[in-house]
Design a binder for this molecule. Sequence first.
Ligand code: ADP
Ligand code: MG
Length: 760
Amino acid sequence: MSKSKSSESIKVVVRCRPMNEKEKAAKFERVVSVDVKLGQIIVRNPREAAANEHPKVFTYDSVYDWNSKQIDLYDETFRPLVDSVLLGFNGTIFAYGQTGTGKTYTMEGVRNDPERRGVIPNSFEHVFTHISRSQNQQYLVRASYLEIYQEEIKDLLSKDQTRRLELRERPDTGVYVKDLSSFVTKSVREIEHVMNVGNQNRSVGATNMNEHSSRSHAIFVITVECSELGVDGENHIRVGKLNLVDLAGSERQTKTGAQGERLKEATKINLSLSALGNVISSLVDGRSSHIPYRDSKLTRLLQDSLGGNARTVMVANIGPASYNLEETLTTLRYSNRAKNIKNKPRINEDPKDALLREFQEEIARLKEQLEKRSGKKKRRRRRRKGGEGSDGEDLEEGETEEDEEEGEDKGDYWREQQEKLESERKAIMEDHSLVAEEKLRLLKEKEKKMEDLKREKDAGEMLSAKVKAMESKLLVGGKNIVDHTNEQQKMLELKRQEITEQKRREREMQQQMESRDEETLELKETYSSLQQEVDIKTKKLKKLFAKLQAVKAEIHDIQEAHINERQELEQTQNELTRDLKLKHLIIENFIPLEEKNKIVHRAYFDEEDEYWKTKPITRLEDDQQMMTRPLSAVGYRRPLSHHARKSMMMRPDMRYKAENIMVLDMDLPARTTKEYQEPVIAPKVAAALESALRDEDEIQVDASGFHSSLGSTPPTSGSLKKPKSGRPRSVKKSSTPTSPFSPSSPGSQLYPQSRGLVPK
Ligand code: ADP
Ligand code: MG
């Protein structure tokens, strides 16, 4: 691969998988033939074969039939790309195609089988082998794994699998996924582990892995940073990023009758893929200045891989059987268009966000700290050595040179210090001349010193451990002894590469010859006779006519596909419009106009996230979203007087509990007793009593009592109560004795007479 900065096309290869057991059992016809030498895929339509239909021919950079080995694909197509990533280019591999045609097989393959391993595991091996063979270079390799499902980005390596990540853009480094986790890996084993964890997470969320993988895009990212001393004597860092993309199945998702959530899902599933198609079209088209990268997460994330700073290989996977014909043709056309995309790859040298640089700087900083520590130690020791030894410390012997070996010095130093303190402690314990208190104080002091010493030692150890850990992440080559077999292997690889390169060139030449054949052959020809000329020209004409027919058929096919697509889009649009109308209906009829206006006022479209959001409620004077809060109400919901605030705190009653209008007391227990009730008098009796009491004569009795009482004596209580409890007759009886002075004449006139007997 050249290091040129000029543009180069996306490389497109096609791989046809073998017939699977089911297809063989059902005896499906094979409609795809593969010309590996010429790099051509030939598709026959069995139905129209009788109608003299010419087979459709598509030419690619290279093609692989059902006998192709994973390693062939790797050596021929992917190895050069990964090599350039190691040089500091960006690289991308897309696997495109209908579900079940071998995208995952090409990308991942069968993991435990070295023969059938896919690109991803093969690239691991490649990267780390390259590093182990390198010299005077420092490498940092890290991996990320993400998935795009229904336009949501999920980090497959994060602990929290429910979280959705967002895309962000920076002017210097372009589009990136915010908060995407990446793991620094030191070996093939480690990076394989990262991939396994991601794959596990991918299948955990999915109820049906097959369906899930046919609807989601998985992107494995390997970033290789390499630091090397440049000719200018400075360290330079090159960063290569390899995106390994297993796309969603390209077949059309049926979306008839879907509504609401399901409709939304259906429209989102293939959004990224159709956006990818649109991006490819407008890139190839050349007329449109606007490339719709922003239409989907996938195209935005892989913007550089399509027409930007990257080398890109697209693998189109197809199936050979007749029932897949439509999809196969769509895939072939789609990838045929992609061939014409021009990228502008360049080596990423000294980017600002190189992690390796940060690592190097951090290591340098920590080392400096360590240096300082040991420097301090030495100084302290020297001072002590030359010092007074005022509190009876005995001085150490030896090791006076300043530039002694650091490593052994360190261990000795700590040991000595500890031993010294220990012996001092003992001395104090045994010293009987000291007062107990003094002894205790001294002991404590020593203990504290020992603790300090220990802490300092631990800190130093931690620091050096950290340095070691960080340094171990930086990989350097030449550790394995470059032995003979290794050399041989290298030679073998080199030879293999040469062969593949040779093959590629051969193919290219043959392709060119083919095309030139038709154009130029006739110019050189001389004809011996008119008849011969007619013959040859007729033959030529026939050939050209066939070609014309093929092109016409192609145009027809494409138009048909286009119409289909348009109809589908229209259908989706109709469904969405219907959905929208329902929403309108609800809003217009059930949401007050002013509320709606308020929300409309607050809503704005976030271009970054592509979502409508609402601004926080503000206290703008002009739009009356919210009144300003009076000063006296800060912290409360309504203004409160000083008195009320005080009372709120002091008094337990409800009066000043400003906000809490709910009664939060506990419910009283249900009552289990009854109110006491007097024995009931039968209603008839009660009524009789009542009416009896209401008798006119009774009133008269009272009145007589009243009259009589008008005399000298007040009426006794009995006279008033009697009528209530007793009968009129008894009243008469009792009234007589209670009013002895009552004149009989007026009383007798009013005396009640028995009803019905005496006429009134
Ligand atoms: P996709 O990811 O496109 O949906 P898969 O990679 O899962 O398809 O492939 C479907 C099946 O076909 C798998 O069982 C896989 O092993 C098999 N397969 C695909 N391509 C090949 C191939 N080139 N050789 C052998 N088996 C293949
Ligand atoms: Mg798959």
